[in-house]
Write a protein that binds this ligand. Sequence first.
Ligand code: GSH
Length: 213
Amino acid sequence: MFPRLYSFRRCPYAIRARLAIASAGLRCELREVVLRNKPEALLALSPKGTVPVLEFQEGQALEESLDIMRWALHQHDPEGWLDADDAEMMSLIRENDEPFKFHLDRAKYPHRYPEASGMDHRHEACGFLLRLEERLRNHTHLFDNRPRLADMAIFPFVRQFARIDPEWFQETNLSHVRRWLEGCLASPLFPSVMAKYEPWAVGAKPVFFPAES
Ligand SMILES: N[C@@H](CCC(=O)N[C@@H](CS)C(=O)NCC(=O)O)C(=O)O
């Protein structure tokens, strides 16, 4: 049987999990989740209630997007996403997932975090992006001239950041980051993981990811 992925189309963590599953050439059943109305089946499997979650037979599951990426790429890694220094990649991904994500959320939803201005958080978030800018000065991607796990784990979050205020983002001194992001978005893989699925409901006919063409 296919593993089953609980996913949410626009979630950057779910996007990176789907990118790795698609790159590995794997297939899974997909259950699109509405975050404000999470299915009981998801909460029973993974009480922390975040997506993505990948369920295997016998109720075993991976509940973290990076674990799903690694699991997929360890099955098959045709594009060599794991071919880079793992500790260095994980350290960069941690900076993305912790401080950058912290500022991204506050820059994106300032009304939810009234204690500081969204603009301040936008500028704080740029600290991480300037480090990416440095790395991208001499390479097309973060570790070399082709995408690795770190590129794929990070760009969905930078995409979200760029979409807060696209005109402002265009004006920042992040030209290499913009070029890198555009390249990631232009790759055939990205649209292939952004197909739309109806929210899953009990009794629905199984649907699969990647979508059948
Ligand atoms: N550390 C988790 C974080 C996943 C996460 O926070 N996903 C968000 C959606 S983007 C979520 O499910 N939030 C729960 C909610 O909004 O109720 C991972 O890497 O998978």
